[in-house]
Design a protein around this ligand. Sequence first.
Ligand code: ATP
Ligand code: MG
Length: 251
Amino acid sequence: MKAPVTQQATTTTDNIAVLRDVYKTYQMGEVEIHALREVDLEIRRGEFIAILGPSGSGKTTLLNLLGGIDTPSRGSIVIDGQDISGFNRKQLTILRREKIGFIFQFFNLIPTLTAKENVEYALELEARQGVKPKRDAATLLDMVGLKERLDHFPFQLSGGEQQRVAVARAIAKEPALILGDEPTGNLDFRMGKLVLKTLKEVNVAEGTTCIIVTHNMPIAQIADRIIHIRDGEVAEIETVENPVPPEDVSW
Ligand SMILES: Nc1ncnc2c1ncn2[C@@H]1O[C@H](COP(=O)(O)OP(=O)(O)OP(=O)(O)O)[C@@H](O)[C@H]1O
Ligand SMILES: [Mg+2]
């Protein structure tokens, strides 16, 4: 089950993300916090990946580096063929806009826009790049069980409903890479499964690479591979022989 972390150089074509000897260190006064160290990873296009690890182990840090929200202290990160490790803020903004659909731990919806408008905003960004979106906002919100909540503002939605709007918004962008920081963290069992099913559908139908952080071992079993993080290090990369269909997961 345990696969070694490969060190050899690979071409970028099959990989959506390649990390080499990545470190993230935070300086807190005299103390250095090694949020991530010696991370070597290759994520193939179209993979469904779960990142599993205890609180404080570096999961969000890793996701933020993959999504160009933060930069590494050392090492290289190649996303979709581009080495982003030395990118400036403007270059990172373009990367995030064009390639990444982020589902944040705390949603980040635009408070002055309704659920439908939050999703439409992502669709507009897409249209501005000359891409005709495959689905409209109502369809996307229906996919995550929110067709009755289109005109609600974020403050009129429950935490779990806001989280599902964030999922619809990430899918709306039709990104190369969807990054979800505990995308089912605020959801009950039924809605959690609906979100996982929706992500898996997009992963299979469109080949969108999905990387989700979870605390939850059964949820991780829907993935093709599980990256186990401990104390800022990749402790193990596990290949799931028979990924469990989201509808069959129970936790
Ligand atoms: N901006 C920061 N400044 C200093 N230390 C930080 C910063 N961000 C994160 N850390 C530290 O880095 C470590 C990893 O944090 P991270 O948020 O990646 O953990 P996590 O695995 O996502 O945890 P959780 O499951 O609780 O969300 C933690 O010890 C945290 O305290
Ligand atoms: Mg976290």
